[in-house]
Every structure is written in C-alpha cells, then in structure tokens.
Design a protein around this ligand. Structure first.
Ligand SMILES: O=P(O)(O)OC[C@H]1O[C@H](O)[C@H](O)[C@@H](O)[C@@H]1O
Length: 298
C-alpha cells in the first residue's frame, strides 16, 4: 500500500502519520498523550519511544541497515517463529523471518484515555511456508502512552501443532553500560551462551562488564534497568513469558558488526521479553499465545 493509501485509511489527525524513511521504508510516527513512537512497517519494528519531556528509552544504531532482507539494529526487533539460531539446523536465518518481512497495518485507533493503538499483521504465504511450513496469523498490538506496550499475538490457523520460540528483542538506551544494572533476576537460573551453554544461577543484580549472552529462566513479571548514567530507571513488565534474554556484545563483537559503532556497546543493553531456551510455546490448531511487554520509566 502506498503512503497516500495508508494515510487515507489509517492516519489519525495529530496522532498518527506515515512517511517514507531511510531506505524508502515506510515509517509510522505516533503522537499520543504521554509519549511518541516511531514504528517501521518493514519488520513491524518499534524504533523509538520517547515519553513526554524525556529522552528515548530505546537504542537505535546510527549504522543500522534499512534494506529489505536485513534486520534493523535497534528498537524492538521481533524474533519469530524462533529465537536465536535455526532450531532445526537447516541454515535458515537467525531469529526467524518476522524481522525481515513487510508487515501490514490492520487497525489504528486513538483510545479514550489519549493513548494511541496500532495493530500490525504478518500473514503466512507461499514464501513463509517455504521457510516454515505452518499456517499462522501473527499480529502486534502496539499501544503508545506514557509507557509503551507491545503484544505479539500468534494464532495457529493450521491443522497441526507447531512449536515456537520468540522474542521482543528490546534494545534499551543507557548512559553508560558500566553504570547500569538489571534488577529482578536474583536467584534465576540462566543459560550462559558465553560459557558454552553452562547453566548458572544469578546472584544479586546483573552487572555487565564483558560480552554477555544469557537466557534467564523462571523470570518474574517485572524487571528494572537502573541507568545511573542517565539518572533513570526503566521498568520492563512482561506477560506470557517465562524467560528473558540479556545481551551486550561488548567491544570486540561490536567492532565486528558493521551495523554497530565500535563504542555503541557502551550505550545499549538488550533485555528481551522471550519464550526462549526451555521456555517453548506449543500451539494446537486454533490456539493463541500473547507475548507482552510494557516499558516505562519508574
Ligand atoms: O545480531 P543479531 O542477529 O540481531 O542478534 C543479536 C543477538 O540477539 C540475541 O540477544 C542473541 O542471544 C545473541 O546471541 C545475538 O547475538
């Protein structure tokens, strides 16, 4: 659909507009009571969320790719229908295909309380079935206010069960990674990918001082990121998720990524709302799963 068509059908006066962004990708700008957001229709990816009078809660790489077939580094990539490497070892792309496909706008609405809701959809077709042979209906409900809510809703529209892993792979912007800690994971077991998948137990808050790639399991509904470098605290609330991923590439891995600046690792931390590791979701025909995260300053 062209920007003119999208505008005609879905724009909200003073609340939601469409424009052509970098790489000619269609961007949705949302202005709600309490905050504003930018969403890329390609990848169905929130790229920015700024509460009124504050700075962005999300990190977006200045060197991000904006091109069909490539993932956009930053914001909230949607990893679906698998998180991480191809679970069947068939050479399919890491983190699935939802983050490299165009999504559709299904609905936009200004809510009675002044927040703005956008519903995006990703339909299955011959291309998705060639990658993943299942029938599904995937939607994202994004609600912008003084917090940002994202729900990733999967429905099995086929005749057989399927199993998913998935992530709302949120990149948070922090002032200084060495003055950042994550609270809420004390006592949780985690799979330490930097230690060959060894299972460890978190003790106290999570401090990052080297490359970290961890799947925490048995996670609580609320985590917090203390961002002392910007004198703020971000709350991450989740539903439909029994795990969380913490990732920071640190210096060497960041240097090897063309879509991250060498020192970007200092300004970001991924705290991802997931169904990952042993936390898998199996959906029988007709069943629905909602993975939700809500982020706000606390
Ligand atoms: O570079 P990407 O494919 O976007 O993945 C970035 C990162 O995502 C997750 O956090 C994984 O746990 C990491 O292993 C991965 O490196």
């Amino acid at each position: 659909m062209t920007i003119a068509d999208l505008t005609r059908r879905f724009a909200i006066d003073g609340g939601l507009s469409f424009r052509s962004g970098p790489g000619d990708l269609t961007m949705i700008d949302v202005t709600a009571d309490g905050g504003r957001a930018t969403i890329s229709l390609y990848a169905g990816q929130v790229l920015s969320f700024v509460p009124d009078g504050k700075t962005d809660l999300l990190f977006l790489s200045e060197q991000a790719y904006y091109a069909t077939g490539k993932a956009i580094k930053g914001g909230i990539p949607v990893c679906w229908p698998w998180f991480g490497p191809d679970p069947d070892g068939l050479g399919r792309p890491g983190h699935g295909f939802a983050r490299t496909r165009p999504w559709d706008v299904m609905e936009t609405r200004k809510l009675a309380d002044g927040r703005v809701m956008v519903i995006l959809g990703l339909a299955c077709d011959a291309e998705t079935r060639a990658i993943w042979p299942h029938s599904f209906v995937l939607a994202q409900e994004i609600v912008v206010g003084d917090g940002l809510e994202v729900a990733l809703i999967t429905r099995n529209s086929g005749q057989t069960n399927f199993t998913l892993s998935q992530a709302l792979h949120t990149y948070f912007r922090v002032g200084d990674i060495e003055r950042t800690r994550i609270r809420g994971l004390d006592g949780c077991a985690y799979i330490d990918k930097m230690a060959g998948g060894t299972v460890k137990t978190q003790s106290g808050p999570v401090d990052i001082s080297s490359e970290a790639d961890r799947i925490y399991t048995g996670t609580p509904a609320v985590l917090s990121i203390e961002d002392d470098g910007q004198d703020r605290r971000i709350l991450v609330e989740s539903k439909g998720s029994g795990s969380a991923v913490v990732w920071n590439p640190w210096q060497d891995t960041a240097k090897a990524m063309a879509d991250l600046a060498c020192d970007d690792y200092r300004r970001m931390i991924c705290v991802e709302t997931t169904n990952a590791g042993p936390d898998l979701i199996t959906l029988p025909p007709g069943a629905v799963h909602r993975l939700e995260c809500r982020i706000r300053l606390g």
